[in-house]
Design a binder for this molecule. Structure first.
Ligand SMILES: [Zn+2]
Ligand SMILES: [Zn+2]
Length: 247
């Protein structure tokens, strides 16, 4: 065992990490941030969902099917999947990661994403992972792009390369909170730029982000990538807003 691993183990025994939510010190997995009781409250998206955008149909006994939004207008991406419903404990954890800048939480979340069996989406069949970029001003404020940290977990688990330079956010966008589906699409239209079409042409690309709400952001990225010749674009996010199922 390397000395630093041994030392980390010793520190964990002397000062065990507290649960992110309740602050208790229960029997906790070494790479976890919740105790087993709080972890049991996480809502994994493992029920019936939209075959394309991944919108969950809570309590639906029906198998996976298209949601009303995807029937009305097929999104540019072919498939989107998420690990968690964006509620409760996972909301706290994402907040800790993005706004309290707690990178240990980010690593744990990336670990969950890397291990999750996404239904109908197999990360190893993609050629390239692209994290949804932050505007340079936001990146400087935060010091890291949360989507890149999540992408690194998947990249390690599935041995797929990451390109975090080819796509950039050229315009600062207003917060999407409180906007309607159409307003969200307008808000992100033209917000991204591609440095080199060569990087993406002919490739199957998997976009990575932390939260999917209406899919406007990944839709705009996917549109740009497909215009540049990408063969296919899918998306994986850590969490997904799950309310208002349409069917
Ligand atoms: Zn707890
Ligand atoms: Zn859908």
């Amino acid at each position: 065992m390397k000395p630093n691993v041994w030392l980390t183990g010793l520190v964990d025994v002397l000062f065990p990490p507290a649960c992110l939510s309740c602050g208790g010190i229960p029997e906790i997995a070494p790479d976890d941030v919740f105790c087993s009781r709080c972890r049991d409250e996480l809502v994994f998206l493992d029920g019936s969902l939209c075959t394309v955008c991944g919108l969950p149909f809570p309590d639906s006994p029906a198998p996976d099917h298209l949601c009303a939004n995807c029937i009305e207008k097929a999104p540019p991406y072919s498939i989107a999947r998420s690990v968690f419903s964006y509620e409760g404990k996972i909301l706290e954890a994402i907040h800790q990661f993005k706004y309290a800048l707690n990178l240990a939480v980010g690593q744990a979340l990336a670990g969950w994403m890397a291990k999750y069996p996404f239904r109908g989406l197999h990360p190893e069949t993609f050629d390239l992972l692209i994290p949804v970029p932050l505007h340079i001003k936001r990146l400087r404020q935060r010091g890291f792009n949360q989507a890149l940290i999540l992408a690194k977990g998947l990249s390690g688990a599935y041995d797929v390369d990451i390109n975090f330079r080819c796509l950039s956010r050229r315009r600062e966008t207003l917060t999407q909170t409180g906007l309607t589906r159409n307003q969200r699409q307008e808000n992100v239209r033209g917000a991204f730029a591609l440095k080199s079409e060569k990087d993406v042409a002919g490739k199957r690309i998997l976009l990575i982000d932390d939260v999917l709400t209406t899919g406007a952001t990944i839709g705009e990225c996917a549109r740009l990538l497909l215009k540049a010749g990408a063969a296919d674009v899918g998306a994986v996010t850590l969490a997904r807003v799950a309310d208002k199922p349409m069917i």
